[in-house]
Design a protein around this ligand. Structure first.
Ligand SMILES: [Zn+2]
Length: 431
């Protein structure tokens, strides 16, 4: 048995939109989180558990459930912060060349190790990941996530048109690769397979139909893709699929909308699309940093709340400019502010922890500090610099304190990251 002493924050339900005080917020200052030898949370208590337990005292630090990033690209760490383009040019100019290099298994392995270690160094213990079209990139993802014990959902990217030849598969080869990867990795350790359609323009209708068949054959599979990110992209999809009711309708027709579907962006949706997402039980991964950086548009979160579909939080690196969930959530606040809306620290943090876990059907494994769940944890300094120390001292209540922390902190505030009860990242330099 181990025990961590810190200020514990998690959620027992979804906080109400706009409520800075909410009963769903569970704040347990100066408590001990007990971790059993099997890597699961054993309990929470105010009393010191005593000498018989391996005690880690982080008094004054903030302990959260490990962050969940529901949309991120493992091969794109090196294309972050690429100048001067919108989505379609950005793909052709920066992203496709970078992804082509991952045909080489050694390149994919080294890049994946770098990527997963970077997630841990940002407090992220679970992620829904796009590798590349190459089977070896998905192999590397599952293999290296297993080594680290991380909770990963991913799959070989499907794309059989409108990309450089080095990034194209065929329907038949892609199907064989998916079936083989599903058999060997889906449900192995903490890995789950996601049927991974890059986006409608890079798959033929035949490939989309094949992807839908895979989903129909096994309802435990996830599906991930992009939808309605950019206006030129939406126009292009309308040209390519003239019969479709909308961009989302292309996926709906192919059988790709279901409770385990994760659709990135969802900026240019209409009310019919929102109703379809709700009816399917699907979720949108909101990627504010990417949406601002690529000039894609402003996601309407309140409309999603009204429609009742799930929204989780995602960095979308390399369209996003940071793997930090605090920076991502700070951008989410600013996107909502431009629309006259206010995102509370509670709704923000919930969307990157328990909310994402629930939307993924993983609330029995991750997302809160509940006994029985995996001890996936991130431990933070509340302040490091004279500026944020001063700001914390000025905070008048809990929401103000946590909101200021969220907006002013980043990965430098991370003291350590735990995966299944093991410390997998520890800051080397003292603050
Ligand atoms: Zn993306």
């Amino acid at each position: 048995m181990k025990a961590l002493r810190a200020d514990l924050l998690d959620f027992t339900a979804a906080p109400a939109w706009g409520a800075t005080a909410d009963a769903a917020v569970r704040w347990r200052p100066d408590h001990w989180l007990l971790v059993a030898d099997d890597g699961r949370i054993a309990g929470v208590q105010a009393e010191d558990p005593g000498d018989g337990v391996e005690r880690h005292c982080h008094r004054g630090r903030l302990l959260l459930p490990g962050f969940i990033d529901t949309h991120v690209h493992s091969p794109q760490v090196g294309v972050m912060a690429s100048y001067g383009t919108e989505l379609l040019d950005w793909l052709n100019t920066y992203t496709f060349p970078a992804e082509s290099a991952w045909a080489d298994a050694a390149v994919a392995a080294a890049g994946t190790a770098h990527f997963l270690d970077a997630l841990l160094a940002h407090g992220t213990t679970a992620a829904v990941v796009f590798p590349t079209v190459h089977k070896v990139s998905a192999e590397a993802l599952f293999q290296q996530a297993s080594t680290r014990g991380m909770r990963i959902i991913g799959g070989k990217v499907l794309m059989d048109r409108h990309a450089p030849p080095a990034l194209l598969d065929t329907v038949a080869q892609a199907e064989r690769d998916c079936i083989d990867l599903i058999q060997r990795w889906h449900g192995q350790g903490r890995n789950s397979y996601a049927v991974t359609v890059r986006f409608a323009p890079t798959s033929t209708p035949a490939q989309l139909a094949m992807a839908g068949e895979l989903c129909r054959a096994d309802s435990s599979l996830y599906m991930q893709t992009h939808v309605a990110e950019n206006r030129d992209e939406v126009r292009w999809v309308a040209e390519l699929f003239p019969q479709a009711r909308s961009y989302l309708g292309v996926y709906e027709t192919a059988g790709l909308l279901h409770p385990r579907s994760v659709l990135a962006h969802g900026i240019w949706l209409d009310d019919n699309d929102r109703s379809a997402l709700h009816a399917a039980g699907a979720q949108v991964a909101f990627c504010p940093s990417s949406n601002l950086f690529l000039g894609s548009g402003l996601f309407d979160w309140p409309a999603a709340v009204r429609s009742g579909f799930n929204v989780s939080m995602a960095s979308d690196v390399g369209g996003g400019t940071s793997l930090s969930m605090q920076r991502t959530l700070a951008d989410a606040y600013k996107v909502q502010a431009l629309a006259g809306q206010r995102l509370t620290a509670w709704s923000a943090l919930h969307s990157a922890t328990r909310g994402a876990a629930q939307a993924l059907g993983l609330e029995g494994e991750i997302g809160s500090l509940e006994p029985g769940l995996m001890a996936d944890l991130c431990l933070w300094d509340k302040s490091l610099t004279p500026i944020d120390t001063h700001r914390q001292a000025m905070a008048r209540d809990l929401h103000e304190q946590l909101f200021a922390w969220l907006l002013l902190s980043d990965e430098r505030h991370l003291a350590s990251t735990w995966v299944a009860g093991q410390e997998k990242y520890k800051r080397r330099t003292s603050p």
